[in-house]
Design a protein around this ligand. Structure first.
Ligand code: B12
Length: 278
């Protein structure tokens, strides 16, 4: 059973819209002993299909396709065994430009599992933090183990907006862009729009990435993207992604290009399909 707040987040709508959707489609809301409303998982999935004209897509940042391998990685993360994790990643990679796919089959599902273990109280917050810190250490090391990029290659910079503490996703994107021969600079998390604009003016990147793993206030995301676009030259491309972006929020962000996964962005860059937003 899922609470109204969680269900609304899952659907990407407000709690009041969620209740209207339940009324409209006669989806039953159950009451807990304390009087709180709950919806069943299957009714929630049904609500998603009705609202968004189809089932929720299994995003690459979600369920592991190789549960045993993922379980092993979670154990390495908890043990802070950086070398074992790097060996696993290199073991699956024939060339650096496969890095996005390999990360999406290793560390990304391991993080998803950690989130689920935390949500179901099988891992404490401190253990989740150990895992996050180990992931950051692995990504920092990988950055120095992939071949150097040409000094005159295109530059990308990025991070996450102010109040947002997501640093992992930005490290992923930075590394993946480097793995396909672009120069990339991770500006980190909690960045005021004015700082990103200043960095863009100082460093003259071709691409700016913004990560949205967690979203607390959708309105501020829309406003920040609007301000960011206004501060940039039209030739600069803004690319975004992150498990926190609901379909509803994505529809309101017109000033940037959304990618469901890092590999999709890599494919678009390789196919020269990433055009500047005018
Ligand atoms: C680590 C973590 C944290 C850490 C982050 C630390 C850090 N240094 O980054 C901390 C401790 C800060 C944290 C806090 C919270 N967290 Co947290 N967290 C996670 C966890 C385990 C991993 C997040 C992560 O980095 N994932 C890896 C990234 C790379 O995944 P991703 O954003 O989905 O990105 C993928 C794609 O979308 C894409 N992508 C992402 N960005 C971009 C950008 C571009 C340009 C492109 C092309 C692609 C792209 O590539 C990625 C790989 O496929 C997730 C579980 C999970 N499913 O991921 C929970 C999770 C996201 N957290 C959750 C929650 C609830 C919280 C808190 C609200 C908990 C609390 N009560 O305080 C807070 C909110 C913090 C905030 N407001 O910012 C929930 C969110 C539920 C929901 N749907 O709303 C999750 C899903 C856990 C769960 N299973 O319930 N968290």
């Amino acid at each position: 059973m899922v609470s109204v707040k969680e269900a609304a987040q899952y659907l990407g709508v407000s709690s009041s819209t969620f209740k209207r959707v339940c009324d409209k489609y006669a989806l039953p809301l159950h009451r807990t002993a304390g009087g709180h409303r709950r919806i069943s998982r299957s009714d929630l999935d049904h609500a998603y299909s009705l609202l968004w004209n189809g089932p929720r897509k299994k995003c690459v940042s979600m369920a592991p396709s190789n549960p045993d391998g993922t379980q092993e990685l979670v154990e390495y993360l908890l043990d802070r065994d950086i070398e074992a994790i790097i060996a696993t990643i290199f073991g699956q990679m024939e060339s650096p430009n496969q890095l996005s796919h390999v990360l999406e089959n290793t560390l990304v599902p391991a993080l998803w599992s950690i989130g689920e273990l935390w949500r179901t109280k099988q891992l404490d917050v401190y253990q989740e933090h150990i895992c996050s810190n180990t992931v950051c250490a692995v990504l920092d090391q990988l950055l120095y183990r992939i071949p150097k990029v040409e000094a005159d290659s295109r530059l990308a910079i990025g991070g996450s907006f102010e109040t947002n503490l997501d640093s992992i996703a930005s490290k992923f994107v930075c590394l993946v862009l480097r793995s396909i021969g672009m120069r990339s600079i991770d500006l980190g998390c909690n960045l005021p729009v004015a700082s990103i604009a200043k960095a863009a003016s100082d460093l003259q990147p071709a691409i700016i990435w913004i990560c949205h793993t967690h979203i607390e206030n959708p309105d501020s995301i829309v406003e920040n993207h609007r301000k960011l676009r206004q501060s940039l030259d039209s030739s600069v491309m803004v690319v975004i992604g992150g498990g926190g972006l609901s379909p509803a929020l994505r529809k309101t962000l017109h000033d940037c290009t959304y990618f469901e996964s890092m590999s999709m962005m890599v494919d678009a860059i390789n196919a020269n399909m990433l055009a500047p937003v005018q």
